[in-house]
Design a protein around this ligand. Structure first.
Ligand SMILES: [Ca+2]
Length: 334
C-alpha cells in the first residue's frame, strides 16, 4: 500500500502514531478472541512486497503468528520476480524456508524500491519450493485443501482476478482478508474517502475480488491507515537483534532513501503499517469494530457504499489502536 505524493505532513502523521512508552503492558500475547480458530488457519499471502515497506512488516508479523499456517507467499503485480527474490531472501533470513514462494502475474507497478536488498539473491538458491506460476500454485493449494484457506491480500490483486478466472470455485473454497479500499475515511485520517492504492492500481481486479462470492473482510484505510509506531514501541523493533527484524530494518532504511511519496526517519519511527492489519485480522478482531457493508468499486478506484454493491465485512473503526500496536510489537519481538 502506497501513499500518494500529495499526502499529509509529518506533524499530522505523528498525531496518530503509537509510541507506547516505558511501563506499557505488552498487551494480549495470543490475541485469542474474535476470529481465532481452534486449529491453525491455512493462509496464503498475496503481496506486492518491495513497493511499500509495510508488506515486509506484515510478512514478519505473519511468521510470528502460531495461529496461522503460512502455506505460500505469492508476489503480486509489476516485477513479480524481483518481489519473489525479496520474499525468498527474507524467509531464508528468518529461518522459514519451509514456506513456498510463488511468482505471480506481472501487471502494473514496476517500481520496487527494495529491489537492491535482494539483487544478489537468485531464486534458484532458495532452499524451499519456488513456483514460477504463482497463480496456479495458489489455485491448486486452495482447491486441494481440506479446510478453507484464507488468502491475505495486501497488494493490488491481479493474481486473485486471474485465479478466479482460471478456477471460479476458489471463491467457494477460500476466504479473503484484504488491505483494500477506503469506506468513510481517506489517507491520513481524512474524513472523506480516497481511491485507495491497491484498488486504484488495478480496478478490474479489485472489482473481481469484491464481486466474487467468497467471504471477504476488508482492512480499509479507515483503520489500517492509522497505524504507525514511534517511541519505545518502535525502538523495541528497530533495536531487536532478531535476524528477521534486522532484515526488516535493512529494508526499511533502503526503502526510506528511495521513495518520494512519504518522508520518514527510520531512526525514529515506522512508516504507516497498513498491511499488518490484514494479517492481524486473521488472528483476532479484538482491536477494531467490524461491520457489514455493501460496497461497489468505481472506475476511479473508490470503494463506495451502494445498494447495488456487494456485501462484505470491513474493519471500520478502532476500538483500541494502542493495544493493537502493543500486540504488534509483542508479536514481532517475541
Ligand atoms: Ca502491500
Amino acid at each position: 500500500m502506497r501513499l500518494g505524493t500529495e499526502l499529509g505532513v509529518l506533524a499530522t502523521l505523528l498525531a496518530f502514531g503509537c509510541s507506547g512508552g516505558v511501563g506499557d503492558p505488552a498487551g494480549p500475547s495470543a490475541g485469542g478472541s474474535g476470529s481465532a480458530a481452534p486449529g491453525r488457519l491455512p493462509v496464503i499471502l498475496d503481496t506486492d512486497i518491495g513497493t511499500d515497506i509495510d508488506d515486509t512488516w506484515a510478512l514478519a508479523l505473519l511468521l510470528e503468528c502460531p495461529e496461522l499456517d503460512l502455506k505460500l507467499v505469492v508476489t503480486d503485480s509489476g516485477d513479480t520476480e524481483a518481489r519473489a527474490r525479496i520474499a525468498a531472501k527474507f524467509l531464508e533470513v528468518a529461518g522459514r524456508t519451509d514456506v513456498p514462494v510463488g511468482v505471480g502475474k506481472s501487471f502494473g507497478e514496476s517500481f520496487v524500491p527494495q529491489r537492491d536488498w535482494a539483487s544478489d539473491y537468485e531464486l534458484s538458491r532458495y532452499p524451499g519450493s519456488v513456483h514460477n506460476d504463482g497463480v496456479q500454485a495458489m489455485v491448486d493449494l486452495v482447491m486441494r485443501s481440506e479446510e478453507p484457506v484464507v488468502i491475505l491480500a495486501i497488494g493490488p490483486v491481479p493474481n486473485l482476478a486471474e485465479a478466479l478466472q482460471r478456477e471460479p470455485r476458489v471463491a467457494e473454497k477460500a476466504r479473503v482478508i484484504a488491505m483494500s479500499g477506503s469506506v468513510d475515511v481517506g489517507y491520513d485520517g481524512k474524513p472523506t474517502p480516497d481511491p485507495e492504492y491497491n484498488v486504484k492500481q488495478d480496478v478490474p481486479a479489485a472489482r473481481a475480488m469484491f464481486q466474487a462470492p467468497w467471504d471477504l473482510l476488508l482492512a480499509p484505510l479507515d483503520t489500517c491507515g492509522l497505524i504507525r509506531l514511534s517511541g519505545d514501541l518502535y525502538r523495541q523493533v528497530a533495536q531487536s537483534p532478531k535476524p528477521s527484524l534486522q532484515a526488516l530494518m535493512e529494508n526499511y532504511r533502503l526503502w526510506a532513501g528511495k521513495v518520494d511519496w512519504t518522508k520518514v526517519d527510520p531512526e525514529v519511527e515506522s512508516s504507516i503499517l497498513f498491511d499488518t492489519l490484514a494479517v492481524a485480522l486473521a488472528v483476532s478482531h479484538e482491536w477494531v469494530e467490524v461491520e457489514e457493508v455493501t460496497l461497489e468499486v468505481t472506475d476511479e478506484g473508490m470503494t463506495r457504499r451502494s445498494e447495488q454493491g456487494n456485501r462484505m465485512r470491513a474493519a471500520l473503526r478502532w476500538k483500541d489502536r494502542d493495544a493493537y500496536c502493543r500486540w504488534l510489537v509483542d508479536r514481532l519481538t517475541r
